[in-house]
Design a protein around this ligand. Structure first.
Ligand code: ADP
Ligand code: MG
Length: 592
């Protein structure tokens, strides 16, 4: 190599730029959809073949590209979106760097067909790396269709980094969903091969549209947000704390329509949920922040996932304040650990199936102390005692959660402690205990004790799941699950964790594999281990509607007392509530 300096050819320079923006098929999809949105499309169709590695096509009904500009669209640093450096201060479009199509064309074969309103026909340009691209007339409706095939065909080193078709498709789905959620006014039709992934109509009311993309579960648990202050507006929906997830995979934040992952905002949201979410759970939200384009710099990174706010602190305080208030306003419906006021408990019991929203914000972190002493002190301080109905006086030392007196509809355990009545959600409590036990065993680096099944259970799964299970065989064994591969799509479960008793092994494994598929990359194994343990705990726990003996109930209460975080189940719901004698007395107007 001579040490003389030579300029790189445009093609090589583009390939270098492509290294930053084109990582995988999903990044191609992102750039193409953003271009369609910038062109004012009302309808966008996305179609991928083999996870997008073979082919990606995005068609829109936007403004189109002038035939004379087709070649320019594929060349670097050519854009219709900004013209001067001043325009950079206040970019309103998603694109502006003019390098996406050029980068993509340097690592894949690109066909760009388009027609503007006043053109007599459509035109197409095709670029496949060999020779000058050709422009020719073609039938095309108003709008643009971009087709990108054989990604990284000329850069084998990068092609090697592509993951399985399934993984690439998951990324495509993720990014397309993200972009579709950003613009509820545009119709999206997203397909893979012959399968429709999403069909989100425009015009449907906002939340319905969100449900089309994220499922009905979110829509049911969504709290609407809309607040404006000092030039900032935050609107959208946040999920109830009870609708939290094991992964931060349903968090959507948009700044002026651009999907971003901003640390400052992420932190503000986390803070707002801090007191209402069980550690390790992640809230779900779709939030749109709008502010003057000049107040935010989007030219921070080529992929534009990051932005820089002029007044980062103001933005953080506004987001935190808005969400914090919204979550607090949910309180009247809540009840839960340590909630001893008549209203709170009333609200929890009025409905046949109590609808709770998680822990009250001021739930004491040490509920037992509070249970034990506070009510007592209060009661003893009361002077106006009615002689005919002397108040309940506790005797001896009762354990914090008291002793069981019975079971209510086979769902709740009723117990009596020093302060009054304790109502325990059997399933939630048992789940927590099992989870903490398994976690403790893992923290001591022990394997979880197995229990061999008398009759091994055979289950049929997808090939991908079978491979995943195979790959994670040893790790699963350390968690107490022993499996064998019995065919391309067949697994045999031979043992399950002893703690889980007589769980349905097939069901259990199915859910564990789902957890793994979601968080399975090996660097995330620690993280997914907690999820897997939580899933297993849920399976192994006493289902509601099981009769327990008084001794069994007392055993459960004693275990709760020595279990960390026993005040809430793994889903952040309370495991018990207390109705103190004071509250009961007040309800019956005793002592007045
Ligand atoms: P940028 O979006 O940053 O301007 P791109 O390389 O993505 O750069 O696109 C280059 C140009 O091609 C755009 O500025 C735009 O004028 C045109 N273009 C790309 N895609 C479309 C489309 N779907 N509809 C209309 N014009 C498009
Ligand atoms: Mg672009």
């Amino acid at each position: 190599m001579s040490n003389r300096i030579k300029p790189l050819t445009a093609f090589v320079a583009n390939q270098i730029a492509a290294g930053e923006v084109v990582e995988r098929p999903a990044s191609v999809i992102k750039e193409l959809i953003e271009n369609s949105l910038d062109a004012g499309a009302r309808r966008i169709q996305v179609w991928v073949e083999q996870g997008g590695v073979k082919r990606v096509r995005v068609a829109d009904d936007g403004a189109g590209i002038d035939a004379d500009d087709l070649a320019l669209a594929l060349s670097p640093h050519a854009t219709s979106k900004i013209a001067t450096a001043d325009d950079l201060d206040g970019v309103a479009s998603l694109g502006f760097r003019g390098e996406a199509l050029a980068s993509i064309a340097s690592v894949a074969k690109v066909s760009l067909a388009s027609r503007t309103d006043d053109a007599a026909s459509g035109w197409r340009i095709q670029s496949n790396g060999a020779g000058e691209p050709v422009v020719e007339p073609i039938a095309h409706p108003r709008g643009t269709t971009v087709e990108v095939s054989d990604l990284f065909y000329n850069t084998p080193a990068r092609r090697k980094f592509l993951k399985s078709e399934r993984t690439e498709l998951a990324h495509v789905d993720d990014i397309a969903t993200r972009l579709a959620l950003g613009r509820l006014d545009v119709e999206f039709d997203i397909r893979s091969g012959g399968t429709t992934l999403h069909l989100a109509a425009a015009g449907a009311d906002g939340l319905r549209r969100v449900a089309q993309l994220l499922g009905d579960g979110f829509a049911e648990a969504a709290v609407p947000i809309d607040e404006a202050y000092g030039g900032l507006r935050l609107h959208g929906w946040v999920g109830l704390p009870t609708h939290s997830r094991a992964h931060a995979d349903q968090q959507f934040f948009y700044v002026n329509g651009r999907s971003v992952k901003d640390r400052i905002v992420g932190h503000a949201v986390k803070q707002a949920y801090r007191d209402v979410l069980f550690h390790g759970r992640h809230p779900v939200f779709v939030l749109y922040l709008e502010l003057d384009a000049r107040q935010v710099d989007v030219n921070v990174h080529p992929t534009k996932y990051e932005v820089r706010f002029r007044d980062a602190r103001g933005v953080r305080d506004f987001v935190f304040g808005t969400l914090n208030r919204a979550l607090r306003d949910l309180r009247p419906q809540s009840g839960g650990v340590g909630a001893t006021t008549a209203q709170a408990t009333g609200a929890r019991y009025d409905a046949p199936v109590a609808r709770t929203i998680g822990l009250p914000l001021d739930a004491p972190t040490e509920p037992f102390d509070l249970l034990r002493r506070e009510a007592l002190v209060q009661r003893q301080a009361r002077s106006h005692v009615d002689e005919a109905h002397p108040p309940y006086v506790p005797t001896g030392s009762t354990p914090p959660l008291g002793y069981a007196v019975g079971q209510l509809h086979d769902v709740y355990i009723l117990a009596q402690n020093e302060s009054g009545l304790v109502v325990v959600d059997m399933h939630a409590a048992h789940e927590r205990i099992t989870y903490e036990k398994m976690k403790a065993a893992r923290a001591r680096n022990e394997s979880i004790r197995q229990q061999r099944l008398l009759i091994p259970v055979t289950i049929d799964v997808s090939r991908a799941d079978a491979e995943l299970a195979d790959e994670k065989r040893e790790w699963l064994a350390s968690l107490g699950i022993e499996i064998d591969r019995a065919g391309p799509t067949r697994l045999v479960v031979r043992a399950i964790p002893a703690l889980l008793g007589t769980s349905d092994a097939a069901n259990l494994l199915g859910d564990v594999l789902a957890d793994l598929a979601e968080g399975g990359a090996s660097d995330r194994i620690r993280h997914s281990e907690d999820d897997v343990l939580a899933t297993m705990a849920c399976h192994g726990s006493i289902r509601a509607h099981r009769k327990l003996t008084i001794a069994e109930m007392n055993a459960l209460l004693r275990e709760m007392e020595v279990t960390e975080n026993a005040g809430q189940c793994n889903h952040g719901r309370p495991t018990y509530v207390v109705q103190s004698m004071t509250d009961l007395d007040q309800r019956f107007l005793r002592g007045r």
